[in-house]
Ligand binder design. Sequence first.
Ligand code: HEC
Length: 101
Amino acid sequence: MNKKLFAALFFTSFLSADATTGKEVFETYCWGCHHQTSEAFGPPFTQIANKRTFEEIQAYIIDPESMYKSFGYKRTVMTKLKLTDKEREKIANYVLSYKGK
Ligand code: HEC
């Protein structure tokens, strides 16, 4: 196989296996309600990142209904979002990247 073709194939498979980034998940699913550093409908990622762990963030995304009380909210209006495990891990890391910002 010629080297260029091999490189092209390698790159396309690499990209398609990992096409979505945390930022894209954010823009697709969260942006309407959360902003990175400013208060929107929901709290900013800077605030979340400073008080929650990787696991807690994912747990909240999976089921806000069962989590909101332990997170100190009186009620929840956050939509239950259907993300893949990978998308959820990426968005959790993306939220955490705002820690201390
Ligand atoms: C419909 C609006 C809406 C969408 C969409 C939404 N959220 Fe929320 N989120 C909220 C609101 C409002 C709260 C505050 C508590 C509540 O109502 O559940 C919240 C709370 C949270 C919390 C807990 C905050 C804390 O105190 O630590 C996390 C984590 C979170 N959202 C992450 C996300 C992520 C990540 C996405 C996208 C994948 C997302 N949310 C999409 C509205 C939304």
